[in-house]
Design a protein around this ligand. Sequence first.
Ligand code: 2M8
Length: 452
Amino acid sequence: MDSNNYARELPEKLATTMAARAAHVLGVNSDGDVVKPARGLYPHQWSWDTAFIAIGLSALDVDLACRNIDALFTGQWRNGMVPHIVFDPAAKGYFPGPDRWASAEVSADAPSAPLTSGICQPPVHAIATLRTVRAASRQGGSTASAALGWAGTFFPKLLSWHRFLVRERTEANTGLVRIFHGWESGMDNSPRFDGPYSRVQPGPELPLYERRDLKFVADAAQRPTTNEYDRYLWLVEEAKQAGYDQQVLSRSSSFDVGDVFFTALFAAANDDLAELAALVGAPEVSEVRGYAERARAAVAARTGPSGLATDIDFRTGEDLGPGTVAGFAPLIAGQLAGQDLDKLVTLLQGPCWAGHPGLRWALPPSTSPCSPHFRPRSYWRGPVWPVTNWLFSWALERAGAEQAAADLRRTALRQVVEAGGLAEYYEPFTGEVLGSANHSWTAAVVVDWLCG
Ligand code: 2M8
C-alpha cells in the first residue's frame, strides 16, 4: 500500500481486513474472469459497473482488470454502442433478460453472441482504462508494457463508443447527450425522471412480466415501484419497435432526456481518452479533445446561478429541476475553478447535502434531504451510494480541491467500515445497509481507496 491511499486512515489491521473483504466480494461475484455486480440480483455483466470494477481490480491484478473491460466490449454493437448489459447465457433469473430485449433479432447492429440489452449506460470506460494503464505503469516492468500494449489495441473500440455518442446521441441544439430510458442514466428511479416518466404511457400490448428483483431484495420499498417498472418495460417495447435505430428513437421514443450527469461523465471520459490517444500514439487527440469541450460547454449551458445543472426533457422542453446529485454535473465535467468550484464544494458540504444535520455520515445522498422527493430507503431517491462518493472525490481531486476530496473519501470509507457491509446503497440517517449486501462496485471503490 503506497502513501497516496487511504489505508492510513484506518488502524492497519482494519485496513487490511477491509481490503481483503472487498477483494473477496469481487471474487465471490465472479464467474471465471468476469465480475458481475452481485450474485442473484445482477447475474450478468453491466456496463458502467465493469468500469468501476476494473478501477478496483487494477490495484490487485492489472491483467484481470483489462480482461473484464475486454469481456464487456465483446458485446459492443456494430454502431459503436456499448450495451448496458452483456448477458451470460449460463445465468438465469434476471428480468428483463435477452429474450425480452431481442436485440439481435431486431437490429443488425447488435451481436448475436454474446446477447446484450439494447440501451447503454454512462461512458466511464475511458476513465477506467486510463487508470488501469496508470496503475500498471506504477507497478512497472512487464505489467506496464503489457497494459500499454493492450490499451493500444483497445483504443479503437473506445473511440468507436465515443463516436457513437457524438453521432447518435448528442442533441444538436444543446450538445447534451440524450437518453431514451432512465436505465441509461444509471440512476434508474431518480426523481429527475418523474416528469418524463409521467408522460410514458404503457399500452395494453405491454407483454405480461414477472419481476425478479423482488426475489432478492425482500423489502420492495428499496426498489423501484411496479408502476415505474411498467414504464421501464414499455420503453423496451418502444425501442424494439424502432428496431433500436437511434434516429428513429430520437423521433419516436416517449422518453427523451438531455442528461447533464451523463454528458459531464462524457466530457471527463473524453479528457481521459485524449490522454490515452496521446499515450498510445493515436492520431485522434484533437478530435477527442473537441468532444470533451463540446460536452463541457453543454453542461455549463445548463448550469444555473446556484452552480447546479439541470436536465432537460426534449419532448416538452421542460427543465427537470434540481434536487438530485446529478445537479453536481459541472464538478464531474471538469475544469471548474475559482469561485465556481468553491460554490459547488460549499453546496456539496452544505446543509442540503453532505452537511445535513440528520445524516449518520457526512456524505451526499442521491437526492437532497431538502427535496420534497427525498425517500431515504428508495434506491436512487435518497440513499447514499459509495460509487457516487467515489465519483465526487475523484472529481474534487481532479479539480485540485484536495482537502474536500480527502474528507469525502475518509468519510465514505468510514461508512462502509461502520455500517458493516459492502452494500449497494445505505440509508443516509440510520446507516442501514440496503439493496444487495455484497455489491461489486462498492467493493471496487473500497479497494481503490485502500490499495490504489
Ligand atoms: C441498477 O440498474 C439495473 C438496471 O440496469 C436494475 O435495477 O436492474 C442501477 O443502480 C445501475 O446504475 C447499475 O449499473 C445496475 C447494476 O449495479 O443496477
